[in-house]
Write a protein that binds this ligand. Structure first.
Ligand SMILES: CC(C)(COP(=O)(O)OP(=O)(O)OC[C@H]1O[C@@H](n2cnc3c(N)ncnc32)[C@H](O)[C@@H]1OP(=O)(O)O)[C@@H](O)C(=O)NCCC(=O)NCCS
Length: 152
């Protein structure tokens, strides 16, 4: 796995291959720490991610407990394979120890192996820890206008 010049986290990173009660409970704990407006995913929603060949759901464990997650989302378009890092979250009690870095490194490696030429993400400026993390890993600002059409 790529190293980014920082103390390597003791977290173990794994890919979720099946949805268990433990994973559902972990997302109920983690998602409120990421978004105040999005509910935690249901078991079926998590299963849809796990079964999607273009999505990879990562879990980070410390001492066996799930303390973080990241989803690598990919899709094919005429100009190539797009890869996005989404929904990165580490439990408040486990932050600042490289867990977010370890999750990101795993996703970058997978995207590289699958042939993506780059990996994108967005992070609002108020997310200071996240912006600091991504820049430390080598993500560079990409100038574009991001538009969103609200459907509900
Ligand atoms: C962003 C986030 C995933 C980073 O996870 P992490 O495991 O703390 O990541 P790392 O340990 O690799 O460090 C990331 C940065 O967090 C900050 N940090 C350091 N100690 C910290 C602590 N005790 N608590 C919180 N943040 C800390 C630092 O800026 C660190 O960068 P640095 O080591 O260069 O100083 C985590 O803070 C989080 O879940 N935040 C809330 C959700 C969120 O913003 N997600 C990103 C959406 S784009």
């Amino acid at each position: 796995m790529a190293s980014f010049g920082r103390t390597v986290s003791t977290a173990e990173i794994e890919i979720a291959n099946a949805v268990t009660d433990e994973i559902v409970a972990a997302f109920e704990r983690l998602i409120p720490q990421l978004s105040s407006s999005s509910p935690a995913p249901t078991r079926d929603q998590l299963a849809a991610i796990v079964e999607d060949p273009f999505s990879v759901l990562y879990l980070a464990r410390v001492d066996g407990d799930i303390v973080g997650s990241l989803t690598l989302a990919m899709y094919q378009i005429p100009t190539g394979l797009k890869a996005w890092i989404e929904d990165v979250v580490v439990d408040d009690a486990a932050r600042g120890k490289g867990v977010g870095e370890a999750l990101s490194a795993a996703a970058l490696e997978e995207a590289r192996l699958r042939g993506a030429k780059d990996v994108s993400l967005t992070s609002r400026p108020f997310r200071e820890s996240a912006n600091r993390l991504y820049q430390r890993l080598g993500f560079q600002p990409y100038e574009t206008n991001v538009y969103r059409f609200k459907l509900r």
